[in-house]
Design a protein around this ligand. Structure first.
Ligand SMILES: NC(=O)c1ccc[n+]([C@@H]2O[C@H](COP(=O)([O-])OP(=O)(O)OC[C@H]3O[C@@H](n4cnc5c(N)ncnc54)[C@H](O)[C@@H]3O)[C@@H](O)[C@H]2O)c1
Length: 318
């Protein structure tokens, strides 16, 4: 549905060919915005943008967000009203295998915020992550808790949040959103991908989902449509300027429960199997607090885990 505030607005989404970025792009286009995506297709796919590519208000540019010249040219020629920084090396396995490569994303972050200020972007949105909490010092995870990242990925996200705050304080408004475990159609379910998609793919192939360790690790799973709605509300509300906000359901779920929920839908006979814990230093508990999100953008996710899993499984079935 068209949205008066977004209709005709020019919006840049870096990393927009990825899972979250492409859903955001679809929603922005439905609301009447003009959207440019910059993505190097390292983990994103052109096919995620199949609908967008049919829209005359959409343009895809293949390129590296960490290349200051390429990013500068886009800001200069497109002059976005709003800009989203989603491009990043993602995934626990991938980022732990290549911890130093992740640090390159700091160049992209630094250039993105400098260019947004230079070209008078009305507001930026930075995709941060629950990984900034690392092994949490307190529970539930609240935005003003001390950070304790355990990976270079978490460190890069924590630095990105500081860029948001600094630029906001010098007249370039922005918000940092801490995403937890978002899931849904188009998410990478490969061996380097994410747990929901992996369990679904295993179950659909008639295999028992593989749970690392005892399965009592907890995560906060948010369906992608809820994520996109929270992101757009955060963009449009001036109350979020300069803030860091958890985007969460606030209902921790164990990995064992997730696996049980997947097989309950696909095939009850596929009991999850347990294997050795995946990586040293895997974060054990996430329990997110969503009260700041509720207060600032008056939003709570609507889609319960079972409903989200049904929609996701339907998509993977194709
Ligand atoms: N999905 C989640 O649960 C989750 C949780 C926390 C944070 N995040 C953050 O949200 C953002 C989107 O994540 P996602 O799950 O959609 O992952 P994704 O891998 O599907 O999307 C990331 C996109 O960025 C692109 N990209 C990576 N490096 C790039 C570069 N140097 N230049 C241009 N494009 C580049 C990739 O090709 C991909 O399309 C990321 O910043 C991620 O860290 C996601």
């Amino acid at each position: 549905m068209k949205d008066r505030k977004l209709q005709g607005k020019k919006i840049l989404v870096t990393g927009g060919a990825g899972f979250l970025g492409s859903h955001l792009v679809d929603s922005l286009l439905k609301k009447g915005a003009k959207v440019v995506v910059l993505d190097d297709l390292s983990t994103g796919k052109r096919s995620n943008l199949n609908d967008a590519l049919k829209n005359s208000r959409f343009k895809f540019i293949k390129g590296d967000v960490n290349d200051a010249k390429a990013l500068g040219l886009i800001f200069k020629s497109f002059r976005p009203d709003y800009a989203f920084q989603y491009a990043a090396v993602v995934g626990v396995d991938r980022t732990q295998k290549k911890p130093l490569i992740v640090l390159n994303d700091l160049y992209g972050i630094a250039n993105f915020f400098a260019l947004a200020k230079k070209y008078g972007v009305k507001k930026t949105v930075f995709a941060s992550s629950s990984e900034v909490y690392g092994e949490p010092i307190k529970m539930p995870n609240r935005e003003d808790d001390p950070l304790n990242p355990k990976t270079t990925y978490g460190v890069v996200k924590a630095v990105g949040e500081e860029f948001v705050k600094v630029y906001n304080s010098i007249g370039s408004p922005g918000v940092a959103l801490r995403f937890f475990n978002v899931y849904g159609p188009r998410q990478d379910a490969s061996s380097e991908g994410f747990v929901v998609g992996k369990f679904i793919m295993q179950a659909l192939a008639g295999k028992r989902p593989t749970v690392f360790g005892d399965g009592l690790q907890t995560r906060d799973f948010v369906y992608v449509d809820d994520n996109v709605e929270a992101v757009i509300r955060s963009l449009m509300s001036s109350k979020t300027n300069g803030e860091v906000i958890n985007i969460v359901r606030g209902k921790p779920c164990t990995i064992e429960e997730l696996a049980e929920s997947v097989v309950a839908i696909v095939d009850k006979n596929l009991k999850p199997i347990h294997v050795a814990p995946r990586v040293a230093g895997e974060i054990r508990y996430r329990h997110a607090d969503g009260s700041k999100m509720k207060k600032l953008i008056n939003f709570s996710p609507k889609i319960e885990l079972n409903e989200g899993l049904l929609k996701t499984i339907e998509w993977y079935r194709g």
